[in-house]
Design a protein around this ligand. Sequence first.
Ligand code: GDD
Ligand code: MN
Length: 363
Amino acid sequence: MISVIIPVYKEAENIAAISAEVNRVLSNAGFEHEIILVDDNSQDGTEKICASLIKTLPLKLIIRKQNKGLSLSVIEGIENAAYQIIVVMDADFSHPPSALPQIINTLLKDKADFVIGSRYIKGGDIDKNWGVFRRINSKIATLLTKPLTKVKDPMSGFFCFYKKSMPDKKILSPVGYKICLEIMTKGNFLNIKEIPIRFTDRSKGESKFGLKEQFNFILHLIKLYLFVYPNIKQFILFSAVGASGFVIDISVYVGLQKLFNANHILARGLSFWVAASSNWALNRNITFKAENKSLKLKQWTFFLIASLLGFSANFGIYYFLTKYIPFFEKYLIAAFIIGIFFGLFINFILSASFVFKKNKSDK
Ligand code: GDD
Ligand code: MN
């Protein structure tokens, strides 16, 4: 019933022990199982060791020759799984095999559709030898996933789910290490549970997690954010348009005075309209290209109203912060910047939900 997927890279020292232990625990608990080692062509004797292990253990070895990667290996292992329940774990005993029955039984009996072996819930723990840097690093990484999931330890590499709920390969973008986070956010899981595990660092071999993987993680996060919040793309475009508007605003303001000797109050009043109109045209044709069906004059008017409301929010926050919070009295520029972002955000919400909304009755 259970397919245990273990990605391995240069784990020759660990595979015999981990395979035997997983087999022992699952046999004792009465689970029919297979163990799939997915090796990225380590060339460290893994193949030979497996050839002998296969005589006594329900073991399969997949050797990949292209596109090296932890996440890709796990996906390939899952594709080749014969059974309906998938467990993914590391080869280096960081994930205690003794937790296997609990992780599987939680899936079977607790109406969960995804179960994670978690370091950050009661009863779970990280390795005592982790230095301050690794602890903080792990905490920050976890914090960055908060807008994506409520799970306490989404960075875990120890998890279990039904093969049938594996998300379509077409929507997966497996960069780097965090395959649990990837499957969890892209699949349709309604009841994700965590069981506590004590994570221990490997005693044999080396971790492959380095600077490159940190960078991959940032790339991965960006992809996941765009997946969960497709509006982010629009928000970025909207901000860029806003920045261009700022440049136009200043240019017109200065230009009118220098070139036409205009009064500065008049210049200030006029430049806003030019900048806001340019923002409107750019947003209509770029940011909200697919939604720009509404009548031009009406949309322009609404956009200006949204811009004014955005500015009011910007000004309101600035006023509030600098008047009531001593810190900002000292650092006015900080309040100024927060105000800009807040105003931009309000303007965006109004634009996306009202100004540029698809409206069938409009032409
Ligand atoms: N096939 C394959 N290809 N396997 C790999 C690769 C690869 O490129 N890189 C690593 N592995 C295997 C290792 O052999 C090991 O079995 C497992 O993936 C985890 O690799 P480690 O190098 O031991 O990672 P770690 O201990 O730094 O990270 C673990 O803990 C993290 C939480 O702190 C992993 O479980 C991560 O997924 C987890 O986020
Ligand atoms: Mn490890």
